[in-house]
Ligand binder design. Sequence first.
Ligand code: SF4
Length: 275
Amino acid sequence: MSERTSYAAQPDLHADCGSCFGLCCVALPFSRSSDFPVNKSAGTPCGNLQEDFRCGIHQRLRDTGYNGCTVFDCFGAGQKVSQVTFKGVSWREEPGSARAMYEVFPVVRRLHELLKYLAQALDLPAAGPVHPELRRAYERLDALTHDPVETLLAADADALRGEVNPLLLRASELVRAAVPGRKKDHRGADLMGSRLRGAKLRGASLRGALLVAADLSGSDLRDADLIGADMRDTDLRGADLRGALFLTQAQLNAARGDARTKVPQELNHPSHWAA
Ligand code: SF4
């Protein structure tokens, strides 16, 4: 681990659809809504899933009403379950393993999400005092994701999250303590539809905040903690999110932004954002 330059950048924590048996497109259910044009039950392959496990409408997901697919991130759980847990044998080749594969996928996804947050915290120099504990938690969880399917199905993801959360919170506090000025605390706040245009939220806590359709255009969100914030349709046009903590690509994909929006170095401008 000492040679590692970035924990969060490692391929294991990024979805590699080419190494996955289309698990998110089979294992998970979805309902007809603004995110999906049809209903699908868990364990039923989506009608757009091809024989090679690729999506037949990948370039047209938003145009065809499959917005929900563009905001989903498995954090690398798909290839882990496909290639490690089930050793490269797909549910098509071995239908008898399908049910266990579909059941274990959401479990491993939750573990990989925690690993991603731990990795992000390990990349923060200001969180150094808590790095030894973060590293131990990371290595323990990572080892668990390599365990057999029976062990994974018996894992208590809620309890593991409860153990990891205080470490992430401590890392967040250490980083935000270095930000000058008074930091706002909107942890868990219901800010749905709020008008926060141009808000000074540098170093703020927005952990688990409901930001659906909130107007955060032109706001300063540098170094703000956005872990678990619901950012569906949040207006981020012209906002500055550099250094935002625990922000994921899926959160950005769910929001609205433009060419002026500044995002953390490791994330990308979603293709649907206006120029
Ligand atoms: S539309 Fe494509 S990405 Fe979405 S579930 Fe179906 S196959 Fe998967």
